[in-house]
Design a protein around this ligand. Structure first.
Ligand code: 5GP
Ligand code: MN
Length: 338
């Protein structure tokens, strides 16, 4: 039996808005990852099977590596289909906001979402949610939004309606947000859920291969270059930094997603407790940070990189040159010395 976690009042409120809604939009955070897309598509399949009119609109293109998930082709990226997306949001009576805690995380879709009169339901596991939704199902202790969504579905009494396709999407999010069950993954409930998903027909091993262990040759070479040439280790601070400029990325025919999980690799060194990766984008430096144990990288990203996230996995951006971003990083090390 799963531990009962979600408040009954939240489930009842969700049950009511679902019954009263026909045209539903599902959205998630910008640069959607396995959990954002997994939860969005899982809910999409479930609600469609229940006869609702549903669309998934993402702020920008989802990771290409997730195209094996059924429904991926039906996703409407707002950056590509802004007018269509705006119309769908305008015409909807219910909007699900999955895997994000602040309207800033939907980037360019923010104004359109704010202008919409549709009721909103948030289902998310990030700390410090902004109270922008009518129904807030926010549980930061959950390892993934997909785990939380599975619990929501069960509590709504819809477990029997979960198809294999829906189960595959949930598995993908649970797996990617825990690094294939290697962190945030000690709750026994996770394995009860996983067992139920496998009983629905999910091939977990296939999902691991497709979602987490498939790379182009260029990507493998880029990772090799980043590790051997660009990783700096600062043992006295238990820290590691990797940086990649636009020039370097282009040399390896960089495609979105190619540096996914790169930031985790230095954490395999016992002397490294926190790891930062900086990637130069045309207009800013994208910062990703990961840690093990008590070092809170979300605080670091909030303070120095206009970002946030979880204690052990966070990110942000730096507006300036790569050199300035590196200087900022070095100044952080300085403050740790004191
Ligand atoms: P990643 O390093 O994979 O891009 O992001 C890891 C986590 O950090 C995300 O799940 C999200 O919670 C958080 N995060 C990443 N980028 C940002 C950002 O720009 N702003 C905020 N608030 N959080 C971010
Ligand atoms: Mn997530």
């Amino acid at each position: 039996m799963l531990t009962k976690i979600i408040k009954e009042t939240e489930i009842e409120a969700l049950r009511k808005v679902l019954a009263e809604s026909e045209r539903i939009v599902i959205t998630c955070h910008v640069s959607p990852d396995g959990d954002a897309i997994g939860s969005s598509l899982a809910l999409y399949h479930l609600l469609r099977d229940l006869g609702k009119n549903v669309n998934v609109i993402t702020p920008d293109m989802p990771l290409l590596s997730l195209r094996f998930l059924q429904g991926w082709k039906e996703i409407i990226p707002f950056t590509k289909y802004g007018d269509f997306g705006t119309q769908l949001i305008h015409d909807s009576d219910l909007i699900f906001c999955l895997d994000f805690n602040s309207l800033y995380r939907v980037d360019r879709m923010r104004d359109t979402l704010m202008a919409s009169k549709a009721r909103k339901v948030l289902i998310d596991h990030h700390l410090g949610p902004e109270p922008f939704a009518d129904v807030m199902i926010s549980y930061p202790k959950m390892s993934s939004t997909c785990e939380l969504l599975f619990r929501v579905i069960c509590r709504l009494g819809l477990f029997n309606e979960v198809s294999r396709t829906c189960a595959e999407c949930i598995t993908t999010g649970m797996m990617t947000d825990t690094g294939n069950f290697s962190y945030n993954s000690n709750n026994p409930d996770l394995y009860i859920i996983l067992s139920e998903l496998i009983k629905k027909g999910v091939d977990k091993d296939r999902i691991y291969t497709l979602a987490m262990n498939t790379s182009s040759e260029d990507r493998v070479r880029l990772l090799g270059y980043a590790m051997s040439e660009k990783m700096k280790v600062f043992p006295e601070y238990k820290a590691a930094l990797i940086t990649l400029t636009q020039d370097e990325l282009q040399r390896f025919n960089y495609r979105k997603g190619d540096t996914e999980s790169l930031v985790n690799i230095p954490l395999s060194i016992p002397e490294v407790q926190w790891s930062v990766f900086m990637r130069e984008e045309p207009e800013y430096i994208k910062v990703s940070a990961r840690s093990q144990g008590e070092f809170a990288v979300n605080r670091l990203c909030e303070t120095y990189f206009s970002g946030g996230g979880h204690k052990n996995a966070a990110g942000g951006e730096y507006r300036g040159s790569m050199q300035q971003a590196i200087d900022t990083y070095m100044s952080i090390l300085d403050t740790l010395k004191k």
